[in-house]
Ligand binder design. Sequence first.
Ligand code: HAS
Ligand code: CU
Length: 564
Amino acid sequence: MTIAERPQTGTARPRYELTRWERRFIGGHIWIAIVALGIGSVIGPLQALEYSNVDLYQYLEPILQSYYQGLTLHGVLNALVWTTFFIVGFTTLTTIVGLRRPLSHPNINLAGFVTMVVGLLLAAVPLLLDQATVLYTFYPPLEASWAFYVGLTLVVVGSWIEGVGFYLTLAAWRKENRGVRSPFVALGGVINAAMWQIATLGIAVEMLTMLIPWSLGITDATDPELARTYFWFTGHPLVYFWLLPAYVSWYGMLPKQAGGKLFSDSLARLAFWMFLIVSVPVGFHHQFVDPGVPQVWKWIHALLTYSVFFPSMLTAFTVIASLEYAARKRGGTGLIGWVRALPWDDPSVAAQLLAGILFMFGGIGGLTNASYNINLVIHNTAWVPGHFHLTVATAVTLSFIGITYWMVPMLTGKQLWGRRIAVAQAWTWFVGMVVFSNAMHMLGLLGAPRRTPLGDAPYVPEEWDGHLLRVSIGGTILLAAVLMYLLVMYKTVRGPKAADPADVPDMPIAESLRHPQLTPVWLDRFKPWLIAAGILLVLAYGPQLVDQILNMNLNAPGVDFEVW
Ligand code: HAS
Ligand code: CU
């Protein structure tokens, strides 16, 4: 048998049956994620309505003290909790089913999960008590209770521990399958876990050496500039930590769901390795206006940001080629007409296609942000939330929602409830986000600041009016989309078990057009990429970081929003 005739690793049938423990363990992550998304997203429209002077916060006073407490909960629950718990749960699934073997050290993964949950509970207390109203970036000198910092640190540490569980499982698989290329769906998640461990070193140092001692009163002032540098060391790659699981699905699953194959296994891997190398050393593109960072480092990071743009361009090309292949197989024709032949009636596919379409615009906005001189126009304006609602809140979140449309039925042994409502849910999200994010981008260009309840601000120029209203309308449409999603999930989980096990979806795994065994071996090895990542990181961050540490100025006392 030639290589090309061998069944592709990870795609072979029969279905890989998860144990009851595995289903419950993964399900635990996903359940927490969806609850966080549910609460976090319902708060979003409160902010959007504030833009047209509809103040619902006044009715929520005993629960939410202020716009900023709501904004903090919205950002933390959606951007940090929903994403992290979903990603770790999903990666557990792709590791197990992708490799067709159990976790090699399930107790390590369990310990990681428990640590994440303890951290979440600890952070939730001050968040709810209005003692951590510091927004999701928690920039000092805004100061939160120590429990918030310790809690978030534990969530990150827990995700590291689970990451170790993934490497050990992949290593065990490799030992059992010498010479065989690792299945892409499993490898992608493990590369993301490795990238995350490098990336979160920044926030770990920030927490341990600055924020935790400061919030405990061990030091009485802090250095906001150094804290920002540590934060963005992690904060930028954080966005790719969110994005890469969606890419695992777009490359490794969506082509199969659409009825086709992955156009190129090699390009998929190359994109992931590039993310491992260039995701981290670009953080200064969030600090273009920071006075404490010299211009030369800002230029270097601006240039490196263009290089991290590249693997997403590779992705656009490869994923769209895979989709075109699928659509033409289904009888689609025409230069663009083939798009209609994709299975738009499958909610999981529709959600991910719509997520991808909006990501094209989010990506263009990203390039705008990264351009040092143009960034000065949009920085700290409503443009920025416009950008990240296309990226994390659509490309990522709507893709994850699409994934849950097969994953939750798979984990619970049930059929998806309300397929048509789920399709409508994806479209509602899409429409709501088009209205919302376009208005936010426009407001940003007109100079409207971000993180500000604009409706009742004394200085609102007339030309903002229509856009402010569109923000509120978009937010309300999004609220409908969130509620539809929660309804579909609730009804699915509460529904009866599928009578025929064949009706329960399996994890879709796309075959590659060209056998993965023909993928060059250097695209299947961690070592060279990890070394390259380390070297680039030291070159791009080392000197400036050392300079800021040596010149540390602990001179900013803490403030909270009450004082503001
Ligand atoms: Fe960003 C600010 C630059 C991507 C998230 N970004 C943010 C913030 C967040 C965020 C949360 O350089 C705000 C942080 C804060 O609170 O201050 N961003 C970029 C660049 C990219 C980028 C260059 N961002 C993301 C992603 C995010 C995200 C992804 C979340 C997941 N961003 C910036 C900069 C700032 C910034 C500056 C600072 C702004 C400031 O001044 O504060 C690139 O990685 C984007 C590359 C993307 C593409 C698009 C490729 C298209 C694809 C779609 C294919 C289509 C399909 C569908 C599959 C090149 C892959 C086909 C469908 C059919 C029907 C056929
Ligand atoms: Cu960034």
